[in-house]
Design a protein around this ligand. Structure first.
Ligand SMILES: [Fe+2]
Length: 287
């Protein structure tokens, strides 16, 4: 195993993935600009039929609970707000990246994608009492928390994680042992290169150890608890199994008890199905 593999080399493993469509890139850049208004975002989104349809479906989904469906892209972006529009775009962009099998982790085709949708939906639900903006941020951070695994996948194939040496260890230890960086830190680096906000980079970097967060524990705790819940449910856990340490500070912060765990366990299959159906139903180039 080559321990001299650098972050750049690992990130270049992602270079064969489809690029973000032009319109998606433009909208993400507009969302970064505080002077942009929603009408401008609606105008640009209308140029891409697939994204426009997706934004409409997303706004009319059960989560937003509209009494009357919205029918125009401009109405949809106003219902959603900038953060949720970013979620739609990122989810459609990473869908095909995350749907692939990751043999190095023992993940079948679709496992990482389902895991990511579960964590995204559960994190949004956990964070929603903290306000709509935090809830949407939690969705994005949950969706991208494990994206760094894509870069490690090929290099981890040479390791035999079921050998006695690795029994009982988490993949993040394996990654760090061999490459000096784990998938959480690598995912955060990818988010930085995509110009996503520092809070999101931080939540991705610290989703296993949320008390290490420097930018916002409320966000990081929500993603951590959601990730834990998905693990407990056995969604996309791969061959390292349930190697997960629950942070007691996160439990206390969100009053994470059996009742909340049961509620999320019941809701997560719907979160997965709903997001997946919206994205997969479209004739998107990269979905
Ligand atoms: Fe992770």
């Amino acid at each position: 195993m080559d321990k001299s593999i650098t972050i750049s080399t690992l990130l270049s493993n992602l270079s064969d993935l489809p690029p973000m469509p032009d319109v998606a890139q433009k909208v993400l850049a507009m969302i970064r600009n505080p002077k942009t208004n929603m009408a401008e975002i609606g105008q640009i989104l209308s140029l891409d039929q697939s994204l426009a349809m997706l934004v409409l479906r997303w706004a009319n989904s059960a989560y937003y609970g509209l009494r009357h469906p919205v029918v125009t892209v401009n109405q949809a972006v106003i219902v959603l707000g900038q953060q949720a529009v970013r979620n739609v775009i990122l989810a459609s962009t990473v869908a095909s990246m995350m749907d692939r099998p990751l043999a190095g982790y023992g993940l079948e085709k679709g496992d990482l994608w389902q895991h990511s949708l579960a964590v995204a939906g559960a994190a949004r639900e956990i964070a929603k009492n903290g306000g709509a903006e935090l809830a949407e941020e939690a969705y994005t951070a949950g969706l991208l928390a494990d994206i760094g695994k894509l870069a490690f996948e090929t290099v981890l194939r040479d390791i035999n994680p079921v050998s006695p040496e690795w029994q009982g260890k988490a993949f993040s230890h394996l990654e760090e042992e061999y490459f000096g960086i784990d998938h959480a830190a690598l995912g955060a680096e990818l988010a930085r290169r995509w110009n996503l906000p520092a809070r999101l980079q931080d939540a991705i970097a610290n989703h296993h150890e949320p008390s290490e967060s420097k930018e916002g524990r409320s966000l990081c705790y929500a993603v951590h608890l959601a990730d834990y819940t998905a693990m407990i449910m056995g969604i996309g856990i791969g061959i390292d199994g349930l190697q997960y340490h629950l942070d007691p500070a996160a439990v206390e912060y969100y009053h994470f008890n059996d009742q909340l765990l049961d509620q999320l366990t019941e809701e997560i299959p719907d979160f997965i199905m709903e997001s997946n159906n919206m994205i997969r139903a479209l004739p998107m180039e990269n979905a």
